[in-house]
Design a protein around this ligand. Structure first.
Ligand SMILES: Cc1cc2nc3c(=O)[nH]c(=O)nc-3n(C[C@H](O)[C@H](O)[C@H](O)COP(=O)(O)OP(=O)(O)OC[C@H]3O[C@@H](n4cnc5c(N)ncnc54)[C@H](O)[C@@H]3O)c2cc1C
Ligand code: FES
Length: 427
């Protein structure tokens, strides 16, 4: 009830003093409600933690199961001609039905892999890695699709990716894997009235497949525009599946974009556009009107496309993105939360017995620790897997945006954290 409602509902027999008392009480009530509302909004928005509108409220706290759960690999299937992207179908060992997830979310795996040659003496090495769910929620299985990661082209002497090669070379049907519950803030808005633009670059197609398959199953009338950027048909994952979906679902507009078409690749048959997925292409091919954009791909694509969408005029609240590793994406106008992180401060690593001076040169406490030779675990390096979670004995750590991983009380994530006061870390 508003102040005017209260005054309007005051009995006509009231004296002037009684009326004044009612008005004062109503004013005080409005003030109290106003302050309460502001405080609640600031708290729920996590002031200083979300420079960019998150896709939705944090969901990790609602994890479907605590800790690790065992899954058996029920099936493996390559998804591309080059056989560099393999799907793994996972069924829970406990036989209980699988909880649904939000299309776009990921699973985290704990793996014991053969170590890099430098640490061969230590036997197997425990690592954690995240993989997006690549199918719509099904009660009987989860599916992830993993791309084999070679050594970087400019450093062929490095060893190939630990987890992805372990999956491709060693994880077989019948094997049991330890998996954390689906998590992540990157998932499709369930409102069927807002057309979705799904942009996947390379293996970034996996969360888009989940969103797309969920849409066609549950919201077949919803307009979906899929842009899939890749080099050529050799690495074109889910090719037949996507073509079949597009043929039977007129609400889907499929835009396959090859940057280096092969000799036998045919424009119009294998792909619709040469080049890259950029704003120019979106401008030419999307109809007018509001769309929600979902972007996932290599760092270079994210860093170019995401700010360009905002510059084009897409409201920040309609741009959702996820990187599969460290990728600093900054939208125009987003406040620089990290500017308030300390430029010079002491950081003590208790177990290592080292006190070092943070000078603002490193992008994260993980980079800082590694540069000084301090042994710390890491996985995704983007706040998703929890591998770098470290006990925070003293001080405060600041994050540019709320990490996907649900940080335990009294701990911090080194890979996305920077000090905002002197620190003592357990590492
Ligand atoms: C939320 C999320 C979802 C994801 N979803 C998917 C998905 O659906 N599918 C998918 O395939 N991936 C996905 N990823 C990426 C995945 O988690 C892994 O990062 C990826 O598989 C690479 O891990 P790896 O262990 O194979 O490589 P790493 O062992 O981490 O190596 C990465 C690279 O570093 C190189 N390297 C080796 N030694 C050195 C050195 N000394 N110095 C520098 N570089 C070195 C390696 O050669 C390799 O190129 C996702 C990531 C996140 C965060
Ligand atoms: S390395 Fe994955 S959360 Fe930090």
């Amino acid at each position: 009830m508003s102040l005017s409602d209260i005054v309007a509902s005051a009995p006509t027999s009231m004296t002037a003093i009684e009326l004044l008392a009612v008005i004062s009480a109503a004013l005080l009530l409005e003030l109290a409600v106003g302050i309460g509302w502001t405080v609640w909004r600031r708290h729920s928005a996590g002031v200083g933690e979300h420079p960019v509108a998150p896709a939705a409220k944090p969901v990790v706290a609602d994890a479907a199961w605590p800790g690790w759960r065992e899954f058996r690999v029920a099936r493996r299937a390559f998804e591309d001609a080059a056989q560099s992207q393999c799907s793994f179908y996972l069924q829970p060992v406990d036989g209980q039905p699988l909880p649904p997830f939000k299309p776009g979310q990921f699973l985290t795996f704990a793996l014991d892999v053969a170590p890099r040659s430098a640490d061969r003496a230590t036997g197997t090495r425990a690592i954690a890695r995240c993989y997006s769910l690549s199918d719509r929620p099904e009660p009987a299985h989860y599916r992830v699709t993993i791309k084999r990661v070679p050594a970087p082209a400019d450093h062929p002497e490095f060893e190939a990716g630990l987890s992805s090669n372990h999956f491709h070379d060693h994880v077989q049907v019948g094997d049991v894997l330890r998996v954390k519950a689906p998590a992540g803030h990157f998932f499709i808005d369930p409102d069927p009235n807002v057309p979705a633009v799904l942009v996947g670059g390379g293996i970034g197609i996996t969360p888009m497949m989940s969103m797309l398959r969920w849409c066609i199953a549950l919201q077949p009338q919803r307009r979906v525009h899929l842009y899939y950027g890749l080099r050529n048909s050799g690495e074109h994952a889910f090719k037949q599946q996507l073509e079949e979906i597009a043929a039977s679902h007129p609400a889907l507009r499929l835009n396959i974009v090859y940057s280096r078409p092969g000799e036998s690749d045919l424009l119009g048959r294998d792909y619709q556009h040469p080049g890259h997925v950029d704003v120019e292409l979106l401008r030419r091919t999307l109809p007018h009107g509001r769309h929600q954009f979902y972007v996932c791909g290599p760092a270079a694509m994210m860093q170019a496309l995401v700010p360009a969408l905002a510059e084009w005029g897409v409201p920040v609240a309609d741009i959702h993105y996820e990187a599969f590793g460290p990728a600093c994406v900054k939208l125009p106008g987003a406040p620089d939360v990290m500017a308030s992180a300390m430029a010079e401060v002491e950081v003590r690593f208790q177990r290592s017995g080292r006190t070092l001076s943070w000078d603002g040169r490193d992008t994260s406490l993980l980079d800082f620790a590694e540069r000084h030779g301090i042994a710390v675990e890491s996985g995704c390096r983007c706040g998703s897997c929890g591998s770098c979670e470290t006990r925070l004995l003293e001080g405060k750590v600041q994050y540019e945006s709320a990490p996907d991983h649900d940080v335990a009380p009294g701990h911090c994530l080194l890979c996305v954290g920077r000090p905002s006061s002197p620190l003592v870390l357990e590492a």
